[in-house]
Each structure stands twice: as structure tokens, then as C-alpha cells.
Design a protein around this ligand. Structure first.
Ligand SMILES: [Zn+2]
Length: 356
């Protein structure tokens, strides 16, 4: 075993007893009672849209997404409880998962520049910007290069935002729930952004009202979320990365979001589909399927560390999958991306709305 992998193996072993106790206590407490009405519009016409498992961390549990026949809203049902959220987020963005994801998110400069640049036609020089769900603040660090005169603050419910403030990626870091912090930040921001945040929220409507409170009159709200109407969602089924169960609780069709923002007192000034598309759908689907088929990598929620044979088999299977991973990357980037809007496969949409 190399020196580099030793601490990780020890950290996994140290986390194992707590996970074992959590799993032994039963998974039912990780879920709220199942809803019979749509959380977006209240209609009672629900159908099952997807049944799946945790394909990223492979923690135990089964998850269901329902679709509302009244408005098209898709949501996790039953939804994770507070205990469930804690269990399934643990060691994903922080703890054991922090380094891995830091590397992933750290390398996305071009995408972050695009997000910051999408504000330029509407306000070329905002003074204050609050990034809600900022994580470790990587977007803000890159956005400052595009908008050097703007002060970026970050908000997140994890301690990642404190790290972001210490590292100077955000001017101020607010830790907590946005709806609870919003009254203290009322009318303070020229721009409030929510990049891939709303789908994680237990109550998106409450988040939108908090956003309305914190954006000054005449200021802008910038939202980017997965697009549940993407063709990939149907074609790839449970292997479509943006379903991201069990973290993504709500999938809002773009017409619903426009309507709700208008009702709250915003004017939608831009709707983009091609620009926020992240060309990883096929690659991610091939990876998720390979990873699912292969023997498990070690993780603290497994009863014990996989033996040498299983680890060798896993390595061999992933190696055999490399040609498929390369082919899918090339298709994503060079064949499908230029046509993403025309093929209706764009996996996200972006809305810019001005507060009146
Ligand atoms: Zn509905």
C-alpha cells in the first residue's frame, strides 16, 4: 500500500462503526411520509417517474421520483428527512469526499466564467453578488476575474463556506439555511445566484421568496438547474447523472419556474439552454453503469474492506471500460454538444430574472 492511500484506508476504517450503527438502526427514519399531492401545485395526480439507488456513493437505500400530472413537476417521494439528508450527504462534499470533489470542481474554470459572463448583458458591473449554495467558493474565485469590481459573498449550509472565506474565495461567508438568513440580508444584493442549488432544497418556493427578499429592487436573480425535459433524461433513464439520487429533491420544468418567478415580482429577462449544457451525459452514464457493475471500492458504509480479489476484479473491469469512456467523451463533446439545443438534450437551463 502506498503512503498516499494509507491515511484514506485508515479514515475509512475509522468512519465504519458510525455508519454500521446508522444502517443497523434502519433506513425508514431517513424518509418523510410519502406525499399524495404535488409540492409545487398541490395536484393529486402523481405517477412514478423513476426508481433508482445511490449510484454515486452506493450507500444503501431505494429512491423514487414522482411526476405531477397537473404541472409536470418531478420530485423525490418519499423525500429524505433531516436525518436522511445528513446520512446521504456525509462524506460527499466534505470529509472523505472533500479532496476528490475539490479536484473535480476546481477544474471547471471555463464553465464558471460562462456563468459569471451570463450576467454581463443585464448588468455589466454589479457591486454586490451573493452566491447561494456556494460550496467551497470555486465559482466566486473564478467569477472575480470576469467581474473584478464586484464583491462576492457566499452562502452555504456546510462548513465549506467557512473554508471559502478563509481562502479568500468569497469576501463574506454565511453559513446556514438561506430562508433563515435572508431577512438579515434584505435588499442588499445587485445579483443573487443559485447554480445547481434549487434542486437540492427541500422547499424551492421558500428559497425563491428568500431570493426575492435579498435582491435589491432592479437587481437580478440568476438560476441554473438540471432540465428534467432534456431528452437525455428519458434516453438514459436511471443512468442520467442529473437525477443524482438521493440528493436532488426537486426538478422544475422551465415554464413552472418562469411562472413562479413572475408571480413573485420578477421579470424573466433571459432563458438559456445551450449555454449551461455540461457535455458529460454519455460519459457519466457509461461510468455509472461500469461502476455499478464492478465490485465495490472500499467505503465506510460497507461492512468490511473488500478483499484483494474483488479489488483486482474492479480494477480489471474499469480498465476494460476505458475505450467506452473515451468514446463517450468524444461523442459528448464533439458530436452532441454543438447540437445540444436542437436535439433538445441540453441537461440544464439558466434563467436571469430582474426584481421589479
Ligand atoms: Zn404539480
Amino acid at each position: 500500500m502506498s503512503e498516499e492511500s494509507r491515511p484514506q484506508a485508515e479514515r475509512i476504517a475509522a468512519a465504519r462503526p458510525a455508519y454500521r450503527a446508522d444502517i443497523a438502526a434502519g433506513l425508514d427514519r431517513f424518509f418523510e411520509p410519502r406525499r399524495t399531492t404535488c409540492p409545487w401545485c398541490g395536484a393529486a395526480e402523481l405517477t412514478t417517474r423513476l426508481r433508482t439507488t445511490d449510484l454515486l456513493q452506493h450507500k444503501p437505500g431505494r429512491f423514487v421520483l414522482d411526476r405531477c400530472g397537473g404541472c409536470g413537476h418531478i420530485f423525490q417521494n418519499p423525500r429524505l428527512s433531516a436525518e436522511g439528508l445528513e446520512f446521504y450527504y456525509r462524506d460527499f462534499y466534505d470529509g472523505l469526499g472533500e479532496k476528490k470533489l475539490g479536484d473535480t470542481f476546481g477544474g471547471r474554470t471555463g464553465m464558471y466564467r460562462g456563468r459569471a459572463g451570463s450576467m454581463l448583458p443585464h448588468d455589466p458591473a454589479p457591486k454586490t453578488w451573493l452566491d447561494v449554495g456556494t460550496g467551497h467558493g470555486h465559482f466566486c474565485a473564478v467569477a472575480r476575474e470576469v467581474l473584478p469590481a464586484t464583491t462576492f459573498d457566499g452562502l452555504d449550509f456546510t462548513d465549506g463556506v467557512e473554508l471559502a472565506a478563509r481562502e479568500g474565495r468569497v469576501e463574506r461567508g454565511y453559513r446556514g439555511a438561506f430562508p433563515e438568513l435572508a431577512p438579515g440580508l434584505a435588499g442588499r444584493y445587485d445579483v443573487v445566484s443559485m447554480f445547481h442549488y434549487l434542486e437540492h432544497s427541500t422547499d424551492p418556493d421558500r428559497e425563491l421568496r428568500a431570493a426575492h427578499e435579498t435582491v435589491r429592487p432592479g437587481g437580478h436573480l440568476l438560476i441554473e438547474v438540471p432540465d428534467p425535459e432534456s431528452r437525455w433524461a428519458r434516453l438514459l433513464g436511471r443512468w442520467w447523472l442529473p437525477w443524482l439520487q438521493p440528493q436532488h429533491l426537486h426538478f422544475v420544468p422551465v415554464a413552472n419556474l418562469r411562472e413562479r418567478l413572475t408571480r413573485l415580482g420578477f421579470t424573466v429577462v433571459a432563458e438559456q439552454h445551450a449555454e449551461p449544457h455540461d457535455p458529460v451525459d454519455l460519459l457519466a452514464a457509461v461510468w455509472l453503469a461500469l461502476d455499478h457493475a464492478a465490485p465495490r471500492d472500499d467505503a465506510p458504509w460497507l461492512p468490511e474492506r473488500p478483499g484483494t480479489l474483488r479489488r483486482t476484479l474492479r480494477a480489471a473491469l474499469l480498465l476494460a471500460g476505458i475505450p467506452a469512456l473515451i468514446a463517450s467523451t468524444l461523442l459528448d463533446r464533439f458530436a452532441i454538444r454543438p447540437l445540444s439545443h436542437r436535439l433538445r438534450v441540453s441537461n440544464a437551463y439558466r434563467i436571469v430574472a430582474r426584481r421589479e
